[in-house]
Write a protein that binds this ligand. Structure first.
Ligand code: FDA
Ligand code: NAP
Length: 447
């Protein structure tokens, strides 16, 4: 679909991953109930088609949320866009239940997301990279049109155009993190590039590969390379003594409940810190139990057979990679420094949180910041800003400091999208009431 330049949309969503897909669903369900006052929305996505972390769609990897935390159910259990509706539509409801699991594979969840996204083709521009936001005039007050300009660069023609938005919802996702000074190239990848790179390079000629990191991505890629390149030595470079377990036990899991957002947002500095001190191990630098045990079993079997090709280099960090042609040397730091020669090095070194500053450009000066220099964000996920910002900017992601641990995850997106949709609708109602001219003659009292 092509977003129309002259129209002022109620909502322009930047990025069309699960978060804004969930918002699209919430807005559609709102419009069904209020057909006379529909909220108009368009979503801008830089990929050519819908895709959710495609480069990590490895075989046998499973979701880290139960399927009931899909993009709609926690907000509207009767939604036609629930995971259960998808199973029903695809004829697999009974067999999914026979499987007796809460955790579908990432492949299946991807298919579910694609199925939902296919219903919104008329509201999404794919191949549309947003490069910045601006405002249509100077100053503040009645003279400035009440919308933001969202500037887009098309993938195909690189041409620039813009669309107008009363509300912008930024949902551009996590940003891959490499160790400082290590660039990516054809033999050095971040995990977010993995499958594309692996398909392009092929396994022929891979004799020695390294995976850096001790999180879920690192463990899954290590396992995949061990399976897929049976001729290669596989080196897993982990900063800890061994992989640490992702805590998904019931009490700890409560940090991802919708209520936990209020506890975090309205909590004291001390309570907010406690979330991180006690529960960071629900998500960061940790690995699911089944993957840890699988890797250990493989390692033990190699011991039994006396043929070792899976190597765990623990208490080790990587500071540098030396490249020359196909020659790749990874610098390992473990008290002392030594080099490891490999044909491929994958950095599963995690992600930075979403940061809207770049997109905001000059508008960022109107956004309020806290003492630590971080954006102030209202409970409804709206950036707090001065009157010079002639529209609202909402964040889906990048709110770990205000809304807590679920900010970058799927756990709470159904409820969060509902809260954002509700905020947009109720602010529009208030704005309309304010704009309505006050009649000199009260209605119904005409002579
Ligand atoms: P997401 O990153 O999915 O989408 C952002 C979209 O914005 C992308 O499609 C991108 O192309 C687009 N975009 C970016 N910049 C743009 C621009 N300037 N203009 C236009 N488009 C732009 N969490 C969880 O709770 N359970 C899980 O099982 C998993 N599993 C998981 C696996 C892997 C491999 C990773 C890396 C992460 C997870 N996560 C997760 C966490 C992950 O953040 C989460 O699953 C979602 O991807 C969050 O959805 P978003 O839509 O916010 O971001
Ligand atoms: P992560 O959890 O942040 O892990 C990054 C790892 O890299 C950490 O162990 C980190 O160690 C290590 N590291 C960073 N710099 C290093 C260096 N220079 N040398 C050696 N090690 C270094 O990242 P992730 O594994 O990509 O996970 C990100 C998110 O995606 C999580 O939410 C995860 O649950 C999710 N995910 C889900 C699935 C799934 O659903 N199946 C799959 C993959 C990922 P330090 O902490 O010590 O720096």
């Amino acid at each position: 679909m092509g977003a129309r330049a002259a129209e002022v949309y109620d909502v322009v969503g930047i990025g069309f991953g699960p978060s804004n897909l969930s918002l699209a669903v919430a807005l559609e369900e709102h419009n069904v109930h209020t057909p006379d006052e529909p909220v108009t929305a368009v979503f801008l996505e830089r990929q050519e088609k819908f895709g959710w972390h495609r480069n990590m769609l490895l075989p046998a990897t499973t979701m880290q949320i139960p399927f009931l935390k899909d993009i709609a159910t926690f907000r509207n259990p009767a939604s036609r866009y629930s995971f259960v509706s998808y199973l029903h539509a695809s004829g697999r409801l009974a067999s999914f239940v026979n499987n007796q699991t809460f955790f579908p594979t990432r492949q299946e969840f991807h298919q579910y997301l694609e199925w939902v996204a296919s219903n919104f083709g008329d509201r999404v521009s794919y191949g549309a990279q947003v490069v910045g936001l601006s405002r249509p005039g100077e100053g503040s007050g009645p003279g400035v049109p009440p919308y933001l300009e969202v500037e887009i660069r098309g993938e195909a023609d690189r041409a620039r155009r813009s669309v107008r938005a009363r509300n912008v919802v930024v949902s551009t996702g996590l940003v891959p993190r490499m160790p400082e000074g290590v660039p990516c190239d054809d033999r050095v990848w971040h995990s977010s590039q993995f499958l594309t790179g692996f398909r392009r390079l092929g396994r022929a000629g891979l004799r020695s590969v390294a995976v850096v990191g001790a999180g879920q991505s690192a463990a899954e890629i290590t396992r995949f390379l061990h399976d897929s390149v049976p001729e290669a030595q596989v080196h897993s470079i982990i900063p800890s003594y061994g992989y640490s377990l992702a805590d998904d036990t019931p009490f700890a899991n409560q940090v991802f409940d919708p209520n936990a957002v209020d506890d975090y947002y309205f909590g004291t500095d001390r309570t907010r810190q406690a979330f991180w001190d006690y529960h960071k191990n629900t998500n960061y630098s940790v690995v699911d139990d089944d993957v840890i045990r699988d890797l250990y079993r493989r390692s033990y079997e190699e011991d039994v057979r006396g043929t070792r090709r899976l190597h765990f280099l623990n208490l080790t960090r990587v500071s540098e990679v030396k490249r020359s042609g196909d020659d790749t040397r990874v610098l390992l730091m473990n008290g002392e420094t030594r080099e490891l020669e490999v044909d491929l090095c994958v950095f599963a070194t995690g992600y930075h949180a979403m940061e809207p500053t770049g997109l905001l450009g000059e508008l960022d000066q109107y956004c309020l910041r806290d003492e630590a220099g971080r954006h102030r964000v209202d409970r409804d996920y709206r950036l707090m800003a001065g009157p010079e910002l002639p529209g609202a900017v909402y964040l889906q992601g990048g709110t770990e400091h205000t809304h807590g641990l679920s900010s970058s995850l799927l756990s709470n997106i159904a409820v969060r999208s509902g809260e954002i949709a509700e905020s947009i609708v109720s602010r529009r109602r208030i704005q309309r009431e304010l704009d309505e001219p006050i009649s000199a003659e009260p209605a119904g009292k005409s002579r």
